[in-house]
Design a protein around this ligand. Sequence first.
Ligand code: CTP
Length: 130
Amino acid sequence: MTRVITFGTFDVFHVGHVNILERARSYGEYLIVGVSSDELNYSKKNRYPIYNEEDRMKIISSLKFVSEVFIEESLELKLEYIKKYNADVLIMGDDWLGRFDWVKPACEVVYLPRTPSISTSEIIEVVRKL
Ligand code: CTP
């Protein structure tokens, strides 16, 4: 059984998130998703996500193509998570192209094209202007 892992914030859940998770799952039979913690987001973007980590985990774990969900506490722990969850393939959106090639001895790395014209930041901007 091929085990696939991917990571993301998945705040203000949208179709680009569905697309990448659905495609990630097609690389194997078991999909593990690391949902980045509220604190990790704060340290990266200087703001907390709209939905807290508990709600974001609940949304992701309710998807039929997701097998297991955990909180990603640090970006630097990718390799530890890959080993802990015994992942064979790491899937990332191509906004991260090349950035995780360093885990390659431990698992295959695949970058998938993003869904065009949609992102959480853009949705927040649009709503803000209403
Ligand atoms: N993703 C995608 N297509 C999009 C938006 C996101 O494939 N249009 C993917 C990202 O490449 C990533 C995962 O979804 O692998 C989670 O991305 P995340 O950063 O949580 O979503 P974004 O909408 O990109 O959020 P933001 O605008 O805050 O960066």
